[in-house]
Design a protein around this ligand. Structure first.
Ligand SMILES: *Cc1c(COP(=O)(O)O)cnc(C)c1O
Length: 244
């Protein structure tokens, strides 16, 4: 087994064990977060059977998507902060966007989604840990945003995404995930929707996220190792926030 195969196996084992603990077998999808990682590594991961990849930095992502065009059945998810002048590239190159947090961005993605492609799958990024994160719509503003985005024909509203503040205690980790899961349930009820996606859980909190109902964990470090920030001198290693 290669190191990468070994890491994928470990993460799959971790996911399956967590699913079993809460009787949710087969309900959690793995999104491999490949930001800062070279295309060779993505190719290797694809050979291991991984087909869904998440990227945060648009220029880097597009050159990788183009370089990997020969891979069939590969699915690209945009998970990074979105600047409004970048929406066209996102609408043209991705199948999913997890980080929509305002109507203006959604409207642009809707308008710019190419006719020949199916509607873009959208998760709304919710700010579930107030002080620490700058991105994400607040829980208060979420219903209004859902209602508005639900009218846009070139977008399919799939669910919610959250990035809680880092927390090492497993019981504490579950609290913001529960908040997000409750929000999805009540929005589905309020607007008679059937949003099916809770994009939550990263390398350090996937078990807690799965126990609270995650349907998609976004895993980078546990699969690919520490990020290669040396390749991207303009990015601040402690934050992936981009300013508009
Ligand atoms: C980088 C990133 C991840 C992956 O985080 P790890 O801790 O490396 O697993 C997940 N989600 C988002 C939005 C990210 O930017």
């Amino acid at each position: 087994m290669t190191l990468l195969q070994d890491r994928f196996q470990q993460v799959y084992d971790q996911i399956h064990l967590s699913e079993q603990i809460c009787n949710r077998q087969g309900q959690v999808q793995l999104l491999a977060v490949s930001k800062t990682k070279p295309t060779d590594m993505i190719r290797d991961a694809w050979s291991c059977g991984q087909k869904h990849f998440g990227e945060s930095y648009l220029q880097e992502a597009i050159s990788k998507i183009q370089a990997l065009h020969d891979l069939s059945d590969i699915h690209w998810h945009f998970i990074g902060p979105i600047q409004s002048n970048k929406t066209r590239d996102i609408a043209e190159h991705f199948e999913w966007v997890h980080s929509v947090d305002r109507l203006k961005i959604a409207q642009r993605l809707n308008d710019q989604r190419p006719e020949l492609l199916p509607p873009l799958n959208i998760c709304l990024q919710v700010n579930i840990s107030g002080e620490t994160s700058k991105s994400g719509v607040s829980l208060d503003e979420l219903p209004q945003l859902v209602q508005a985005i639900n009218q846009l024909p070139r977008l399919t509203l799939r669910g919610l995404m959250g990035i809680p503040a880092p927390e090492s205690d497993p019981a504490q980790q579950r609290i913001p995930f529960r908040t997000l899961a409750d929000a999805l349930k009540s929005l589905n009820k309020q607007f008679s929707l059937d949003m099916d996606t809770l994009s939550m859980g990263m390398s350090d909190d996937l078990e807690a996220a799965i126990q609270e109902g995650s349907t998609m964990v976004r895993i980078g470090t546990a699969l690919f190792g520490e990020r290669d920030y040396a390749q991207k001198p303009s990015q601040n290693a402690s934050s992936n926030q981009e300013k508009e």
